[in-house]
Design a protein around this ligand. Structure first.
Ligand code: PLP
Length: 385
């Protein structure tokens, strides 16, 4: 059987590689996961069980259940300050699918999509699968991981169609500042580009920081597709529910694509997602407060290891992007050494793009006890270099 040529542009994720290796090592401290370690809140599970018992086991509309689309639109209006209705919302199988279908709906083969570097490791394959050409724009530690508008402008060509932004960012934890969001919006308008805004970490903000949806900025309604998910906010990664919010003609295309590639998102998961939005939100706050506590434990613990490691405190998400340049090792070599010698799984920064080299990503989605154990082991490995 011959494999299609497109597969050569779809590498195995750098996260997956560490994950596979970690399986064969006993008692590994898992700091590589990109998902909350919390269980889905009980009231959401009950909502799913009720739907299951009530026979909600059939196909739904490819666009998503009407009630869920409307509840998401209400959330976007009340929490994100955007103007929309259920017709702007398409329910997808996670943000991953929402990103892919949004690009398929807007980007012609060969057109360029600007993506953050470092950025989530799936952006490159998602853009390529959708027929686009990924072009990285830099997020540098010395700029507080803010997009540099000058370098971004220099990357715009007559083939550029879209700018993908992710705030709070995976892996850096950076949040795009208001003035930079506004400038990005102006740039997109000037060049008639679509902004694809991945907001899956919107609730994970710390130190009084706040998340702003770029779609809420005046005059940008027609330029922005917002992507979000229930995965992180409600600890529902396995349920696979996300969504795109787009101008109606684009939403309609995303819905049609969803129908052709996936029929619909799981009916049970959609019922769970509706319960999640309509129920009490205190579980979200509790989880984020716990992440904040762990973030401080890790910043302090890793910060005390010595000169070799340094960290710019992240304002959002649940990762530390640890600068390892002074160890003299590549991020691949150090992550592997930490795994093999210290039995701690982290992700090499190289998995997130060229500018991720010189960093490792440490997720604090684990118990306090395991995090402290992880710090102890990382210290031992660093001291042995
Ligand atoms: N976007 C970012 C930045 C992520 O880090 C992830 C998952 O790690 C996703 C999207 C995918 O989320 P989902 O589970 O909704 O597909």
């Amino acid at each position: 059987m011959q494999i299609a040529e497109r597969m050569s542009g779809i590498p195995l994720s750098g996260i997956r590689e560490i994950f596979e290796k970690a399986q064969s090592i006993p008692d590994v401290v898992r700091l590589e996961f990109g998902e909350p370690d919390f269980d889905t809140p009980e009231y959401i599970k009950k909502g799913a069980a009720k739907a299951l018992k009530g026979g909600k086991t059939k196909y739904t509309s490819s666009f998503g259940e009407k009630k869920l689309r409307e509840a998401i639109a209400h959330k976007m209006e009340t929490e994100n300050d955007t103007t929309c209705t259920g017709n702007n919302v398409i329910v997808t199988s996670g943000a991953t699918s929402a990103l892919c279908l949004s690009i398929l709906a807007c980007v012609n083969p060969g057109e360029e999509v600007l993506i953050p570097d470092p950025g989530w490791s799936s952006y490159v394959p998602i853009v390529r699968i959708s027929g686009g050409v990924p072009v990285g724009y830099p997020l540098r530690e010395e700029d507080g991981y803010q997009p540099d508008l000058n370098s971004l402008s220099r990357r715009i060509t007559d083939r550029t169609k879209m700018i993908l932004i992710n705030s709070p960012n995976n892996p850096t934890g950076g949040i795009i500042r208001d003035e930079n969001l506004a400038a990005l919006g102006e740039l997109a308008k000037k060049h008639n580009l679509t902004i694809l805004s991945d907001e899956v970490y919107e609730k994970f903000v710390y130190d009084g920081g706040r998340h702003v949806s770029i779609a809420s900025l005046k005059g940008l309604e027609d330029f922005v597709i917002t992507v979000n998910s229930f995965s992180k906010t409600y600890a529902m990664t396995g349920w696979r529910v996300g969504y795109s919010v787009a101008p109606e003609p684009v939403a309609e295309c995303i819905g049609r694509l969803n129908g052709s590639t996936n029929s619909c998102t799981s009916s049970i998961s959609q019922a769970a997602a509706l319960t999640a939005l309509e129920g009490p939100q205190d579980s979200v706050k509790k989880m984020v407060d716990e992440f904040d506590r762990r973030r401080k434990i890790m910043l302090e613990g890793l910060g005390r290891i010595g000169n070799e490691l340094s960290i710019s405190p992240p304002a959002g998400a649940f990762y530390l992007f640890v600068n390892i340049k002074k160890t003299g090792l590549t991020s691949d070599d150090l992550a592997m050494k930490i795994l093999l010698d210290g039995h701690v799984a982290t992700v090499p920064g190289s998995a997130f793009g060229g500018l991720g080299e010189g960093y490792i990503r440490v997720a604090y989605a684990n118990s306090e006890e395991r995090l402290r154990e992880g710090v102890k082991r990382i210290r031992r490995v660093i001291e042995s270099i």
